[in-house]
Each structure stands twice: as structure tokens, then as C-alpha cells.
Design a binder for this molecule. Structure first.
Ligand code: TRP
Length: 437
């Protein structure tokens, strides 16, 4: 089953996604004070995250780039990405958020004006109310940022219609704006690394797992536009291999000089093979070597992109059991719901309870099959011990659904009320976040 970023599917079997698509399990243990979603396995997979982890541990700069399609209302499932963005911001990340108004137009037929309104009223106001800071943070519109569209256009040279159709299922009748949208997203993800923005910088894209096709495409195009390939050969040698045909000698000599500054000493250059072997390097040094030659690529007119890293979060189950989706209002708790309505929605939600009270007392409930437990786990209960003990009581048949829903409903009421109050204070701050180019 290919992943389709524009479908309404749920992904029950996350393990299978890891196996099938080569996504790496996410391990939060080396991060400082990981927040709920990272601690509790809601963020379950990643690509290339080691570069970000290193940057965080070494106190080096890194960037976060993610985006939203302005269609429909913001629900509590959409909150997950921003929870993560706010965490990384607290660690010093430079934040860029894309309003994907071109994607909204091409894939969902939402006009740019309408998209702008939805983005601000539904999403951005809530981001600020949730605690996103304006320092080191910018929110831009795809339709207004020339660098994003240009980059998408240019990098598009290294893919083709067959590949795009194989990834996204485009057909002859697919509209061209939709077909171009993934390349605009490639532009989104890589443009912070252009010299007019941050220059080459480790970049993390926190998203739902439905976005993995875009990530794979972007990582491929970033790599395809590098001037060198740093890799281990089949016979176990570490080497820098030029991918261009011009100035190969100069390129390799400069790479060698850069690596000498990183204390490597044993080189063998074979210009005929376009290769510079680093004989005192091991597999562990690959990332370090790759990073060391980036400035050389810039001098030689290349982009020197770091491969963008990604993390993937699970989706929220809808209140009735399917996927939580803005187009099915009963399935979702919207951030703009009145606190009372949030409470009522939880009282009506499908739980992991049994047929009868007697049965539940005997067999216990099924928290792993319960969207109320999921709300507590993802959003409402901060204390891990409290969550574990609640789960224990449910499994033991001591805690019944009625009582549990009431608790969760109260927590939701407080959350929604608090957020609504904060939203009102945020309206005059929008200008500090929004960029018009
Ligand atoms: N395609 C994303 C979605 O459907 C939105 C998006 C656009 C995005 N540009 C991005 C996400 C860049 C991450 C990074 O939600």
C-alpha cells in the first residue's frame, strides 16, 4: 500500500509502515525534557534525526520547517505538530512555518484569499495562543515566497512525471497546480538552507506519517543536487565522490583541505574515479565528513544541502472510532469549540468499554482501543504517573467509562476555555509572525 498524502486513511499498523518504508523508530531518550508526544510514543518514526539530535546536544543551530494546508477548521489532531514546534523552539530552533495555500488551491480548490483567512483565523491564532513565540519564528505563504517556488521549479529537474505519478498517483486528468504542489513543498523544506535565509543548516520537518512521500522526494532531490556523495564503498572504504564533471580536481582538493582541518590525515585521491578516499575514517564519520564538505560546495557554486530530517506522529482517532477529520465535525474536537461542547463531545465518544457494567468490572476496559484514553495520553494529562495509574484502574475494571469521561471532559473544558481566552489576547500580535514575502 503506498502512502497517499491527500487521502483520508487511518494508519492502524504503524509498525508495518516502519518496516515497509524504511522509517527508523524514534527514540527520545537523548533529548532534554522530551514533551508528552515524544515521551509517549505518539511520535514513533523518523528519518535522519541523528543530525538534529547532534545539533541539540552540541548546542549548534538547527531549523524547524513545517506547514499547514489552510482548509477547514483546526482540530486537536492538528495541535500535535505545534506542540512539537514549541518544544524545539524552546531548545533554540529557528522556526519557519509554511501556509500551503498553493497546495490548498491545487489539491482542495480553496482560493488563495480564502486560504489566507482560514490560515490566520483557524490556525495561526491558535499557534500563538498555544505559546509559539515570535522570536526566531516566521510564518509565510507559499504563494508569496518567490524563493520557495523557484527552488521547487529548479529542483524539479531531477525528478520526472513518471516518478511523480508513481509516488502520488497523478493521472492524465490531474491538474497541474496539484502536480506541482509536491515540488512547492520541496521548496518549502529546503529554502531555509539557501544563503539568503540561514544557509545550509540541519533542518527537521515534524509531520504526520502521511507526509512521508514528500519527505522521501525532498531528501532525494536535496541529495541529487549535492556536488559530492559521501559514502562507504562496497569494500568498506570511506570516500568523497564528485558528482559533477567540471572542476573535479579542484573540488576534491578543497574537500581534502576541509577534511584536514577536521583532523583527517590519510587521503588517496584518484581523479579518474572522481574519488577522494579518507583512509583514517570509519562509518561513524560519514555525517561529519558530509558536513565538513558543505562549505566547499557553496564555494563551488552548489547548494550544500543537509538532507532534511523528519519525525512522524500517529494520527488521532476520531471520537466515533474512524479518523479525526475536519470534514466530519462529529469526529473532531475543534480548538474553537465552546468548552461546554468539548465536554459534551467527550461524553458521547466511543470508548474501550465493555457491553455491560458487570462485564467491564470483570474484564476491565480496553484503553488501547479508547479515544478518550487517547485524548488523555496525547493532550490532557501531563503527569505520566497519573496516566499510568488511570490506565491500570481501567484495565482492572475499577474505573468505569462514565467517570473517566467526566474527568477527561472537565480537563478538555479547562483547556478549551483557557485557549479561547488566550486567543483574544493574541490578535494584535499577528504582525510579529506573518511575513508577506
Ligand atoms: N502537505 C502538508 C499537509 O498536507 C502541508 C505542507 C506544505 C508541509 N508544505 C510543507 C508540511 C512543508 C511540512 C513541510 O499537511
Amino acid at each position: 500500500m503506498p502512502i497517499d498524502p491527500w487521502s483520508n486513511e487511518t494508519y492502524d499498523d504503524y509498525q508495518k509502515l516502519l518496516d515497509e518504508f524504511g522509517i527508523t523508530p524514534f527514540d527520545p531518550r537523548n533529548l532534554p525534557n522530551p514533551p508528552r508526544l515524544l515521551r509517549r510514543g505518539v511520535v514513533f518514526g523518523q528519518r535522519g534525526f541523528d543530525i538534529i539530535e547532534n545539533a541539540i546536544r552540541q548546542g549548534e543551530r538547527f531549523a524547524i520547517l513545517t506547514g499547514l494546508v489552510p482548509s477547514g477548521k483546526m482540530h486537536i489532531g492538528h495541535k500535535m505538530v505545534i506542540d512539537q514546534v514549541i518544544y524545539y523552539q524552546s531548545l533554540g530552533a529557528k522556526i519557519s512555518l509554511a501556509v500551503a495555500d498553493i497546495e490548498g488551491y491545487g489539491a482542495r480548490n480553496i482560493s488563495l484569499e480564502e486560504g489566507r483567512k482560514i490560515a490566520i483565523e483557524e490556525y495561526i491564532i491558535n499557534y500563538i495562543a498555544m505559546g509559539l513565540k515570535s522570536e526566531n519564528c516566521e510564518i509565510y505563504f507559499q504563494s508569496k515566497r518567490e524563493a520557495v517556488k523557484n527552488l521547487g521549479y529548479i529542483l524539479g529537474a531531477r525528478t520526472n512525471l513518471s516518478e511523480m505519478s508513481a509516488i502520488y498517483g497523478f493521472k492524465g486528468e490531474s491538474n497541474m497546480c496539484h502536480i506541482f504542489a509536491p515540488l512547492v513543498q520541496v521548496g518549502d523544506i529546503l529554502h531555509p538552507q539557501l544563503e539568503q535565509y540561514h544557509g545550509p543548516i540541519p533542518t527537521l520537518v515534524p509531520v504526520g506519517v502521511d507526509q512521508d512521500p514528500h519527505i522521501r522526494l525532498t531528501r532525494k532531490l536535496a541529495q541529487a543536487h549535492r556536488l559530492v556523495n559521501v559514502k562507504e564503498t562496497k569494500d568498506g572504504k570511506i570516500g568523497v565522490f564528485a558528482k559533477t564533471d567540471s572542476d573535479v580536481e579542484k573540488l576534491l582538493d578543497r574537500c581534502q583541505a576541509a577534511l584536514e582541518r577536521k583532523k583527517f590525515t590519510m587521503f588517496k585521491k584518484i581523479t579518474r574515479y572522481k574519488a577522494l578516499y579518507v583512509n583514517d575514517a570509519s562509518t561513524w564519520d560519514l555525517a561529519k565528513i558530509d558536513e565538513a564538505v558543505i562549505p566547499v560546495e557553496l564555494e563551488m557554486g552548489g547548494y550544500g544541502f543537509y538532507p532534511p530530517a523528519s519525525t512522524y506522529h500517529r494520527f488521532m482517532t476520531g471520537l466515533g472510532g474512524g479518523k479525526m477529520s475536519s470534514s466530519v465535525p462529529e469526529s473532531s474536537i475543534f480548538l474553537s469549540d465552546l468548552p461546554e461542547d468539548g465536554y459534551k463531545k467527550i461524553m458521547k465518544a466511543k470508548t474501550g468499554g465493555r457491553q455491560s457494567l458487570a462485564e467491564q468490572k470483570k474484564m476491565g476496559g480496553e484503553p488501547h482501543n479508547c479515544c478518550v484514553f487517547e485524548l488523555l495520553l496525547y493532550h490532557l494529562l501531563e503527569d505520566d504517573k497519573e496516566l499510568m495509574s488511570l490506565r491500570e484502574k481501567c484495565l482492572e475494571g475499577e474505573l468505569m467509562c462514565g467517570q473517566c469521561k467526566k474527568n477527561a471532559g472537565e480537563l478538555m473544558k479547562v483547556f478549551l476555555g483557557d485557549l479561547a481566552r488566550k486567543r483574544e489576547k493574541c490578535r494584535n500580535l499577528l504582525g510579529e509572525y506573518l511575513r508577506e514575502d
